[in-house]
Write a protein that binds this ligand. Sequence first.
Ligand code: ADP
Ligand code: MG
Ligand code: ZN
Length: 483
Amino acid sequence: MTKYETVIGLEFHAELKTQSKIFCGCPTSFSNEPNINICPGCLGLPGALPALNKRVVELAVKAGLALNCAIQPYSKFDRKNYFYPDLPAGYQTTQLPLPICRNGHIMITDSDGNLKKVRINRIHIEEDAGKLVHSGESISGSRYSLPDYNRSSMPLIEIVTEPDLSSADEAKQFAEKLKLILEYAEVSDVKMEQGSLRCDVNISLRPQGQKEFGVRSEIKNLNSFRAVQRAILFEQERHTFMLKNGEPLYQETRLWNEAEGRTRAMRTKEDAQDYRYFPEPNVPAVIVDEAWIKQIAAELPELPDARLERLQKEFGLSGYDSAQLVANPLLAYYFDEVTPLFNEAKTVTNWLIGDVLRLLNSLDDELESIPIAAQDFAYLLTELKKGAINNKSAKEVLEIIFMEGGKPENIIKDKGFAQISDSVLLEDAIRNIINKNAGAANDYRNGKMQALGFLVGQVMKETKGQANPGLVKELLEQSFKSE
Ligand code: ADP
Ligand code: MG
Ligand code: ZN
């Protein structure tokens, strides 16, 4: 029986983090009100001329550097012509034969655990189209659709990989890493749900060992990396079925349907458009010299791979712990702020990837920063280490600050979280417990060591959890010794 192997290439669109649009001064800020961030330029009105936003070029170069690309000293823009109401000019300004970046790569791990280089063919700059708001749920059932041009001419980069990926897992890994790199590089917001990062999948199957590629499908409408994975698994099965049954496959664009968990054909190559690409006459060529590249490279912060290595080398963290931190830039940056103030990296990490992450995930809104100042967090960990509060109280203080704000020292005082570390106060409670639990006390005297744990628990109960358990244990042992 023929065995097939899967060939996958990914195409990403990332919205660039600029203040204004690519060819006009309109703001890029999000608005629920349609058609307010518009002007004759981004409406494609006759006579309006484009002026390329310098920051767009800088961010595209930054992305290229972060993704190990060769930055092209000379690139230019082209018109891609098609007619659709979301594209008022009748063409999209993009880059076809001479993109700004070429030949990059990202390293991933294949299913055998080996490092694998996935090549990036190109990154080019282009403008986004507007959006159609349908009167009904979808275009098919709607009586009318209204165009919103707020998104028209927002700056994008398109990142195209070589067909180097061979499974849903590899594709997910690549996509997650790409997203993280763009996020650390501060090139894009990379929010898939909000559309600032979009991913299309190209997939084909071929008999194992065959050199030529099989017929490919292009999958669009993928709103999460999970959808990317599911769509690939679905297409793998569909292609296998077609090939095994000798059914013809067509090169076509298909749409992922999240609810149905399947793809459906959107258009085939026969009705593929001829975009009549030609050079954009109104935007001059983009010249990027070495000095400018150096300047942009200097803006690049530490990227995920370098950070992973540093966390392990400098702090002795495990690969797993470092990866957990790096996967969330908020946590990674916070780690850098906290460790100079409280220098037990492993303790800080456990708190960050444990309680802090849990609290972050429990909030409805995504936070821009961690809502407890690094100094306050370090103070809390220091108090815990000193035994001035116990672990349970420390967690509660953290939760209160997350939900309501406040300073840890005040919360500890107000809530009475300070541990009883006064041996005189504790001795009373200890005497009490020994008297009340004569059985357990005798067990301990007769060498049953577990009885001590029980007695410590009873003292903790009696002091409503406020006692310092280490001190209680010590005092109990002393009291038996001195009998
Ligand atoms: P187009 O211009 O039609 O979009 P490209 O050649 O630019 O085509 O390729 C688009 C994407 O499809 C790239 O990521 C590429 O790696 C991928 N690709 C090309 N051929 C195949 C194939 N046979 N199977 C899977 N992916 C492919
Ligand atoms: Mg394409
Ligand atoms: Zn405009």
